[in-house]
Design a protein around this ligand. Structure first.
Ligand code: BTN
Length: 244
């Protein structure tokens, strides 16, 4: 494990280590990130007191399938966070890779891969958990474990609990494929079957969140019944503006 004090981004450190041949399971953490990254080019608020973790993974699978590991990570997070929270706090997974507490984002996942063919390739799985702090200016409702009454939201403890569950789900994914991960994710997911607005780079679509496809795509049912597979985008539940 590589535990840094201050870095730009643990994902960048993990990518350098992966390029230099770091083995599957290499972990990188930092106390503070100075340029933490989120999905879709956003920054990730990274003050001391939160968890910033990146794992080098070398799955024996093509890069396209490796993207499913972010769902394994979301399930692992959803499963482990309850132990830090008072009973009754609703934990949920939001497509594609967010974990919510009472509808607000507490954790995010950023999966980055190097090569297209996956042969000898690697992915870096980056996870940020708002343990003590959350941004007030995020473009979505955000929260932290502390804001929901967590007793000891210590990054190191969350890290251990998460890595334990992640290991479990990566082993299952390797042996059994995506289906058990998909089913577990659906068990935590918000919004399935209901109205959803999907913001893509160039268009906004409204429809019904019909299902999670067998490769992790969001199956969007448009008015008229046509289904469209969405691989990346921001989703908002309900129609029009609003939602989480
Ligand atoms: C998102 O929800 O947009 C993804 C957030 C991912 C943040 C984590 S923190 C550790 C790792 N290093 C980064 O720069 N980003 C990820």
């Amino acid at each position: 494990m590589h535990a840094f004090d201050t870095v730009g981004s643990t994902n960048d450190e993990a990518k350098s280590l992966a390029r230099a041949g770091a083995p599957h399971g290499t972990l990188v953490t930092a106390r503070i990130q100075e340029s933490g990254r989120g999905r879709r080019g956003r920054s990730w608020s990274s003050p001391e007191g939160n968890l910033f973790l990146s794992a080098v993974l070398r799955p024996e699978a093509p890069a396209a399938r490796a993207a499913q590991l972010s769902f394994a990570a979301a399930v692992a997070l959803a499963e482990c966070l309850g132990a830090f929270l008072p009973v009754g706090i609703t934990i949920a997974a939001k497509w594609p890779n967010d974990v919510l507490l009472e509808g607000a984002k507490v954790a995010g996942i950023l999966l980055e891969a190097e090569s297209g063919d996956g042969q000898g390739g690697w992915v870096v799985l980056g996870v940020g958990v708002n343990c003590r702090h959350h941004p007030e200016d995020a473009p979505y409702p955000a929260t932290s474990l502390a804001a929901h009454g967590a007793v000891s939201p210590v990054p190191g403890l969350v890290l251990r609990a998460f890595v334990d569950r992640l290991d479990h789900w990566i082993v299952r994914w390797t042996r059994e494929g995506f289906e058990p991960v998909r089913r577990a994710w659906l068990g935590w997911a918000v919004g399935i079957g209901g109205p959803v607005t999907v913001r893509l780079d160039r268009e906004t679509l409204e429809g019904r969140f019909a299902d999670l496809d067998t490769d992790g795509a969001l199956l969007l049912e448009l008015p008229g019944g046509v289904r469209r597979r969405i691989h990346a985008g921001d989703v908002h539940f309900g129609t029009g503006v609003g939602g989480s």
